[in-house]
Write a protein that binds this ligand. Structure first.
Ligand SMILES: [Zn+2]
Length: 661
């Protein structure tokens, strides 16, 4: 999506009600309650409570009903946290969504939570790639489940490719090293009374599964016989947690989860009022992020100089991940708790030395990315955009983050670019005050860029001796998205380049410039970046109401920037099947850029790039680009249940020093 109109509506009714400890008699009536439901896009399980008079707690709404697992919004996924939405009505008539712990009771009562796992379990026969879909096929080698022939075939090709790559690398035939694959409990135990495997197994070196699977398909999901009670037998429940939040474990996969909340009197511990709660759909295994390999595009001809990888990824801030914008994405797959696990897995899987992330929401940088990526050896710098939005009870905004492996690099210097500041000084130089005001309106976008100078560390993690120090400048930006404002985009890119030019002038230093430039190949901004100038006749220069781009001759820079992915179509290039396949995914006839890095129902094209200075760096490998059919399958675009952003990550491996050919 090039433009994200309307961040999620904030809900000012939530999070503002303090706990009033004075017991009062209230006359709650359901119709008068001002408690607002959670936003429709968030498939948050809900349990609502009503506190009546001083001690009685009554349900606010009817109980959550059990729905078919495949259509239920109460999707629960292994390792994804469930945080129920609980509303408590106080005796004074106010309501709160906050926790009421025993240490801070309200009206002498506190809330107690319980999570239970059902005794029954069902083969979680859902597709490993598309967890919203029932599985009809299994790859018995990789143990993955698939929702159809196309899905199976795609996974089969990936698996075969991975196997061949491993054989070529002399790694032997071990299981894929990445995500350990979940095996449903019922498959291990082969329950008495259950049918034998309902999933057709496709094995061996053949893909000839068509002959057999059709008759199996009909009962693959529906014909499942479950362990546990029959239709009229009561379900049994085992307690698994006492916190409000619960993350399903591997043991929970295939089982139902039940959440219950009850008010309890502090003095006696006696429950007050009824219990409220809901039951989730059967817990499904977490999806596997798409598997992508690094495709070699050159030999490492400077083995003494070392190499490093850089990944750029717009991770789609929760702020913008709305059901309005991404109406084709199952709403549960848009929830942040779900997406963040996918995104993290995907990033960690690629194991890049440097990460340039865009749309990192300020609160999520602090409470998720920093800590989680820290566990994988990364340290980080962050720059948030300069406007904030009220969302879910707090002011947040997204920004750019640069993470780097702390055993590979150390931070030497950091520069923050606020395009608003540059806009202010530019507008100062303009004429009349009304023109200034209009120009400010047009130019004052809150976009930012983050630039760091890193020093490469030696293999032992120590600084290199003087004279052998290797510096690297990394820039990360997210350029304005509005397609009507090409002059502003170009001006932002130009402003960033001027900053980089200054850094380059002070020291000869290799540069990598990454980001979501919101500019397609051939746009004025892209031309400026890769060509060092913009042709005065470029059609985008025609719209420049405040003359910020004039004269066009000023739109230039001396940095020898080249886009990493164009290496695929340059010769000589390593000839391989993988490189050949990749060439069909870049615009070979034109710019050589990826055909797309962003794919929604409304937009399809390249917006993200990794540029590098080609007099000091050379690309050795590129992360595979997916085919359009891969990202369109099932839902028609990104994000989907497997890929949790509307962008794809790009990654390049570089060697220090210019290429020798
Ligand atoms: Zn599938």
């Amino acid at each position: 999506m090039t433009e994200k109109r309307g961040a999620r509506n904030s809900n000012p009714a939530r999070g503002r009600h303090g706990v009033d400890r004075r017991p009062r008699v209230a006359e709650p009536r359901h119709a008068n309650l001002r408690v607002r439901p959670p936003p429709a896009r968030v498939p948050r399980p809900s349990a609502a409570l009503l506190q009546k008079k001083t001690t009685t707690i009554r349900p606010l709404r009817s109980r959550a009903r059990f729905a078919d697992p495949l259509s239920s919004p109460r999707r629960s996924v292994h390792s994804v946290e469930l945080t129920p939405y609980v509303v408590t009505r106080k005796s004074d008539g106010s309501s709160t969504t906050a926790d009421i712990p025993e240490s801070e009771p309200s009206d002498g009562c506190h809330l107690q939570y319980r999570w239970y796992r059902s005794g029954s379990h069902k083969k979680a026969s859902v597709c490993s790639v598309h967890p919203g879909e029932p599985a009809v096929l299994q790859n018995v080698h990789s143990k993955s489940y698939h929702c159809g022939e196309e899905c199976f075939a795609q996974s089969w090709r990936e698996w075969m490719r991975d196997k061949l790559a491993r054989q070529a690398a002399g790694l032997g035939e071990t299981a894929p090293e990445r995500t350990p694959l979940w095996r449903p409990p019922s498959m291990k135990e082969n329950n008495a009374g259950g049918s034998s495997s309902n999933l057709l197994s496709a094995a061996g070196g053949s893909m000839d599964f068509n002959a057999h699977h059709k008759q199996e398909r009909a009962n693959a999901y529906n014909g499942d016989r479950n362990k546990g009670p029959g239709k009229d037998e009561p379900e049994t429940w085992q307690e698994v947690g006492r916190s409000k939040t619960y993350a399903a474990t591997l043991e929970d996969v295939g089982h139902l989860l039940r959440f219950e909340v009850v008010g309890a009197e502090n003095t006696t511990g006696e429950p007050k009022g009824g219990t409220e709660g809901f039951t989730t759909a059967r817990v499904i295994p977490a999806p596997m992020p798409p598997r992508r390999n690094l495709v070699p595009v050159a030999h490492h001809d400077n083995p003494d100089g070392g190499k490093f990888t850089v990944l750029t990824y717009n991770v789609l801030a929760d702020l913008y991940a709305t059901s309005e914008l991404y109406h084709y994405t199952p709403s549960w797959a848009l929830s942040w708790n779900y997406r963040r696990q996918n995104i993290l897995k995907e990033i960690v899987m690629h194991d890049a030395d440097i990460l340039c992330l865009q749309e990192v929401q300020s609160d999520h940088f602090e409470d998720f990315f920093q800590g989680e990526l820290g566990k994988h050896g990364y340290t980080s710098v962050y720059k948030k955009k300069t406007t904030q939005v009220f969302s879910q009870g707090t002011y947040v905004i997204d920004g750019c983050a640069i993470f780097f492996k702390k055993d590979r690099f150390q931070l030497i210097k950091k520069y923050e670019v606020e395009f608003n500041k540059a806009a202010l000084s530019l507008v100062e130089s303009l004429g009349g005050s009304s023109q200034k005001k209009d120009a400010l309106n047009r130019l004052m976008k809150d976009n930012v860029a983050l630039i760091v100078v890193l020093e490469a560390l030696e293999a032992n993690g120590q600084q290199a001796p003087a004279g052998k120090r290797q510096l690297l400048c990394v820039a990360n930006t997210h350029i304005h998205a509005n397609t009507e404002l090409n002059d502003v985009k170009l001006w932002q890119v130009h402003t960033l380049l001027k900053g980089l030019e200054k850094i380059a002038a002070s020291a000869e230093i290799p540069m990598v410039v990454c980001g979501d430039f919101n500019s397609t190949p051939g746009s004025a901004a892209h031309n400026l970046l890769t060509g060092g100038r913009v042709d005065a006749a470029h059609p985008e220069l025609a719209t420049d109401p405040f003359g910020i781009l004039r004269p066009p001759s000023k739109l230039q820079h001396p940095l020898p920037l080249v886009s990493a992915y164009t290496a695929l179509t340059k010769q000589p290039c390593l000839e391989s099947e993988a490189a050949e396949r990749q060439r069909s995914r870049v615009d070979g006839a034109g710019t050589g850029e990826p055909i797309f890095t962003n794919c929604t129902r409304e937009f399809f094209g390249a917006l993200d790039y990794i540029f590098y200075t080609d007099d000091t760096l050379a690309p050795l490998g590129l992360l595979e680009l997916p085919a359009e059919s891969d990202v369109r399958s099932k839902y028609g675009g990104l994000p989907n249940t497997q890929s949790s952003s509307d962008h794809i990550p790009l990654m390049a491996e570089f060697q220090w020093g210019a290429r020798q050919w």
